[in-house]
Design a protein around this ligand. Structure first.
Ligand code: ADE
Ligand code: ZN
Length: 326
């Protein structure tokens, strides 16, 4: 079996997937029709043709527009279910989904609609597909910390449906320190903590995520290569980094997949994992990321196995399950 074949076949966890980023253009159009939403694109092809991004913000503008078709509980369910079927096909046995409630509540969609639709899909994923799924509520960092606190309060009646909180959206100009209070409150509540940092932002934002937010994982984190002290710290603590190679390529963080720092991060002993981020927008789901990265970087079979094991080491699963999967 070649390393790429192994990458395809090996059981794995996906820990960095924005469920709104799994909305395929076909589903966007189907939901727009079902809900009577008028889209600013004439066709699926015209929408897909707009997926030419120059940086994170150019993507986020289209991503938030795509999410505007989500109105009813069934829409959230259908979106998540479509992702779970693809995850299953890629031998993903456990997945942790980010969702962005503020993208929906600011349009008047109730928090209950969002969480109940996603949660019901998670239950069915386990029961019907054998894929375990957890939800992570993300705060939009371009909005205020007060808005994040209000969002947390609105979500607390549904506390049993999400395992943790994250921080996403426009990174530059919105450092982790802006969200220190809300993360402290989430820590008191026993929630798992993650944050996007070092995607477009500097290593300093990763230090802030570690020291101020006290995160259990960092999402992306590719900027750590610029800071040898940070590399040493991450190797020592094995704080996981959920890396998204095709996202980095599509958002021009790297110019060529062959230049992606994932192998250097592995060589340095970091707990890095491979993930799809926003697969409907970036050209592929888990196995496309895994296989293309394996081929572009010439990863060995052992490195592929390490990446899969890292995904279980980094997952928010209990020790018994981790032992079985690793
Ligand atoms: N929201 C969805 N995808 C994102 C990404 N790659 N970075 C920050 N926020 C996001
Ligand atoms: Zn992301």
């Amino acid at each position: 079996m070649t390393p790429a074949e192994l990458a395809r076949a090996i059981p794995k966890a996906e820990l960095h997937i924005h469920i709104e980023g799994s909305l395929e253009p076909e589903l966007i159009f189907a939901l727009a029709k079902r809900n009577g939403v008028v889209l600013p694109y004439a066709s699926v092809e015209a929408l897909r043709a707009a997926y030419a991004f120059t940086d994170l913000q150019s993507f986020l503008d289209i991503y938030y527009a795509g999410a505007s078709v989500l109105l009813k509980e069934a829409d959230f369910y259908d979106m998540a279910w479509a992702y779970f079927e693809r995850a299953k096909a890629d031998n993903v046995v456990h997945t942790e989904l980010f969702f962005d409630p503020q993208t929906h509540t600011t349009r008047g969609v109730p928090m209950a609609t969002v969480i109940q639709g996603l949660s019901r899909a998670c239950l069915d994923a386990k029961e019907k597909l054998g894929v375990s799924a957890l939800l992570i509520l993300c705060f939009l960092r371009h909005l205020s910390e007060d808005d994040a606190i209000a969002t947390l309060e609105a979500a607390l009646p549904y506390r049993e449906h999400f395992i943790g909180v994250g921080l996403d959206s426009s990174e530059l100009g919105h450092p982790p320190e802006k969200f220190e209070r809300v993360f402290a409150r989430c820590r008191e509540l026993g929630l798992k903590l993650v944050a996007h940092a070092g995607e477009e932002g500097p290593p300093e934002y990763m230090w802030q995520a570690i020291d101020l937010l006290k995160v259990h994982r960092i999402d992306h984190g590719v900027a750590c290569l610029q800071d040898p002290l940070l590399m040493a710290e991450l190797a020592h603590t094995r704080l996981p980094l959920t890396v998204c190679p095709l996202s980095n390529l599509k958002l021009c963080v790297v110019n060529d997949l062959r230049d992606h720092p994932l192998k250097k991060m592995l060589d340095a002993g970091l707990c890095v994992t491979v993930n799809s981020d926003d697969p409907a927008y970036f050209g592929g789901y888990m196995n496309t990321n895994f296989v293309q990265t394996t081929e572009a970087l010439g990863l060995s079979r052992d490195e592929v196995i390490t990446l899969a094991r890292n995904s279980f080491e980094a997952a928010f699963i209990d020790a018994d399950r981790r032992q079985v999967l690793m």
